[in-house]
Design a protein around this ligand. Structure first.
Ligand code: G3I
Length: 362
């Protein structure tokens, strides 16, 4: 098929044919993608071909979350998770587990007794231990890295008042790491969160990591989720964040990378129907495709971030994209058509793909 018939410029097709992401960065860090069920079960043929060609690490977008694997008391369902892990093994990939303890996608029963009243610390600790042991042990030696605790901090850097925190107190975090380590002593254990580039939140995370380390908690790395915007963060903020965590003696990974290109709707809601209608339309600016100028700006943005990651490749273990193609991205929500990844809705490489490969070639 000629480049013209695929709609991809010749230069891109050539780059695609010659270089893949995982090869371009093979001496630097792993390149990962988060997979949904249609991908790791092989139904999405276009995405599967890309995953095999481009990535050497995978994360489960939803398949290993509490509500997926442990929907009811005493009931574990590993149907999807088993297929996810097997997909990674069959393709010789580094398999990541996401996530053990989180405030989202955790069923209500976890925090309640049979009558619906809140359970006490001892019961919750027991449930946490049972969950972590069952899940981590099942994939011992196969899932190499776990996001043990996800998003425990608020934007001001204090600990989020989640049900975990309310019932168990702040050492729920240490306990989760200790249980995970006991269940698989070889697994890498992560604290994973978003917007750690923001100073107040980062300060809170640094305090948390220091406390965990002082207690001897086996934490390997911090996961910077990397849900980025076109104007935030700056490359300097990204670099300062990586350096700050590296200084604590932990590794860093970019665990959920994407760049939201759709401008956020401005301002608060108003009663003026016309103004609201305009804002709603504004929220789906790129539903007919990404204009060239924005496409180029996205490529520059990705190149800048990869420049920072490459500079700090001594501490960066992995860069994982939160999705494979734009079509599958979680950012296509609230009626928005988004374009946050390196491969477009048809699985074709975007200019941002070329830009990222070129960073590696320098
Ligand atoms: O599985 C049900 C399905 O049975 C039901 O019919 C359907 C109807 O809405 O919902 C399905 O569940 C959805 C699930 O994704 C699987 O597709 C949930 O509604 C939806 O909320 C859920 O969204 C996920 C989100 O986490 C939940 O918090 C996204 O796919 C996933 O990309 C996103 O990932 C998170 C990371 O885990 C942590 N960091 C932020 C990141 C982005 O939000």
């Amino acid at each position: 098929m000629s480049p013209a018939s695929t709609g991809v410029p010749t230069a891109l097709t050539n780059v695609h044919a010659q270089t893949t992401l995982k090869d371009a960065f093979k001496n630097d860090f792993l390149i990962g993608a988060a997979l949904n069920e249609a991908e790791f079960t092989g139904q999405n043929i276009t995405a599967v071909a890309l995953i095999k060609a481009q990535f050497n690490s995978i994360s489960p977008e939803n398949a290993l979350k509490w509500d997926s694997v442990h929907p009811k008391p005493g009931v574990f369902d590993f149907t999807a998770a088993d297929r996810y892990v097997k997909f990674g093994e069959r393709n010789g990939m580094f398999v990541v587990g996401h996530t053990l303890i989180w405030h989202n996608q955790t069923p209500k029963w976890v925090f309640q007794d049979k009558k619906g009243n809140p359970v006490g610390r001892r019961t919750l600790l027991k449930r946490m231990r049972e969950h972590i042991f069952t899940v981590v042990r099942r994939y011992k030696g196969r899932i190499k890295s776990w996001d043990v605790v996800n998003e425990a901090l608020t934007r001001d850097g204090t600990l989020r008042q989640s049900r975990w925190m309310e019932i168990m107190g702040e050492d729920y975090i240490a306990k989760a790491f200790e249980f995970a380590h006991e269940a698989d002593p070889e697994a890498e254990l992560y604290y994973n969160d978003f917007t750690l580039e923001k100073k107040m939140k980062r300060k809170g995370a640094i305090k948390l990591i220091k406390k965990l380390k002082a207690r001897g908690v086996p934490i390997t790395a911090v996961g910077l989720q990397g849900h980025l915007k076109m104007k935030w963060p700056t490359f300097a903020q990204e670099e300062a964040t990586i350096v700050d965590f590296a200084r604590l003696g932990v590794k860093v990974a970019i665990t959920e990378l994407d760049v939201d290109v759709v401008p956020a709707t401005q301002g608060n809601k108003t009663a003026d129907i016309k103004v609201n209608a305009k804002r709603v339309a504004g929220a789906d600016t790129y539903s007919n495709g990404l204009p060239d100028g924005v496409q180029r700006a996205l490529a520059k943005r990705y190149a800048g971030f990869f420049g920072v990651y490459l500079k700090h490749r001594d501490v960066i273990e992995r860069v994982t994209f939160w999705g494979v193609t734009d079509r599958g991205s979680w950012l296509n929500t609230r009626g928005r058509v988004n374009h946050p990844l390196l491969f477009n809705r048809y699985g074709k490489p975007k200019p941002a793909f070329t830009a990222v490969i070129q960073v590696a070639a320098k």
